[in-house]
Design a protein around this ligand. Structure first.
Ligand SMILES: O=c1[nH]c(=O)c2[nH]c(=O)[nH]c2[nH]1
Length: 286
């Protein structure tokens, strides 16, 4: 005998670009928006009665219409606006999850209308609304950083399969994937984002690292110190290995100058840093 378990549905990865025109100086917001609704959806699965289903096509249209009607400021505000709209739209819909990624563009020279896609990280957020309460997680991914020194890795456990040499000086590189949960909504989402990003970068640069795990903890701790409304930080850090190339066959020494940047396999270091008194996460990470 089968029973229906948890379920949700929505439109994934609607690509929307909102242009704002102030005379010749234009602004663009380039987003990928994913909506996901849940609630009283048993009948659609069990008997094919679609009366409770707000089509995913309608969800996509709402994203475009809201971009026009309300404009797009901080992605967290846009995500909350949509989540509240969907959760309040129909009695059968009890919960909305809206995820927004922002792709950064910079001005191309002095032209007000020309842009170049920025090499910056992708800014992310996920907002949930259940008709009464909201939860927001902000974050970023693909923030690629590298230290040419101040990183060691030694003293690790060894068994018959261990070949890794201990090192007192290595390149440390990673592509930061970070998300931080807000205990309360800040006044200014953009400012909090820049503070968190700055904290991650500063801690990566100024931590003398004995492992990427230690660096991860320092980065999470720094975000909590710099962003008072943030109660939990989750980090996923691929260890982008840089192997010293053996140049001896060519009669050359290699004093930390030439590296092979391997792309896979990579170590993957993941962890959470949270305030001791962090409130319960509820559905924030779902
Ligand atoms: O910072 C590191 N942590 C590890 O757990 C690990 N494992 C490994 O092979 N290299 C590294 N580096």
């Amino acid at each position: 005998m089968a029973v229906l378990g948890p379920n949700r549905y929505g439109k994934a990865e609607t690509r929307v670009v909102r242009v704002t025109r102030h005379g010749d100086a234009h602004r663009i917001k380039d987003l990928t928006v994913s909506t996901s609704l849940s609630g009283d959806m048993a009948e659609v699965h069990l008997s094919g009665d679609n009366s409770a289903v707000l089509p995913t096509d309608t969800q996509k249209n709402t994203v475009f219409a809201f971009a026009k009607k309300h404009g797009v400021g901080a992605i967290e505000d846009f995500a909350l606006l949509l989540a509240r709209h969907f959760a309040d739209s129909r009695p059968a819909i009890h919960h909305a999850r809206v995820a927004v990624d922002e792709h950064a563009w910079e001005r191309n020279g002095a032209f007000g209308h020309s842009f170049v896609r920025s090499g910056r990280e992708v800014r992310t957020c996920v907002a949930h609304h259940d008709g009464t309460r909201s939860w927001v997680v902000s974050g970023l991914r693909d923030l690629v950083v590298l230290n040419t020194t101040n990183s060691e890795f030694w003293g690790f456990a060894k068994d018959e399969y261990t070949t890794l040499p201990e090192t007192r000086d290595r390149v440390l590189a990673t592509a930061v994937d970070a998300a931080w949960r807000h205990a309360e909504a800040p006044q200014d989402w953009d400012k909090t984002y820049e503070n968190a990003r700055g904290a991650l970068l500063a801690a990566f640069a100024d931590t003398y690292s004995l492992s990427l795990q230690q660096t991860l903890y320092a980065m999470g701790t720094r975000v909590l110190a710099e962003c008072p409304g943030v109660c939990e930080v989750r980090l996923s850090l691929p260890n982008k290995h840089h192997f010293l190339v053996d140049l001896a066959p060519f009669g050359l020494d290699n004093d930390g100058e030439v590296f092979f940047a391997a792309d896979r396999p990579y170590g993957l270091i993941e962890g959470t840093v949270l305030r001791e008194d962090a409130p319960a996460a509820g559905p924030a990470w779902e």
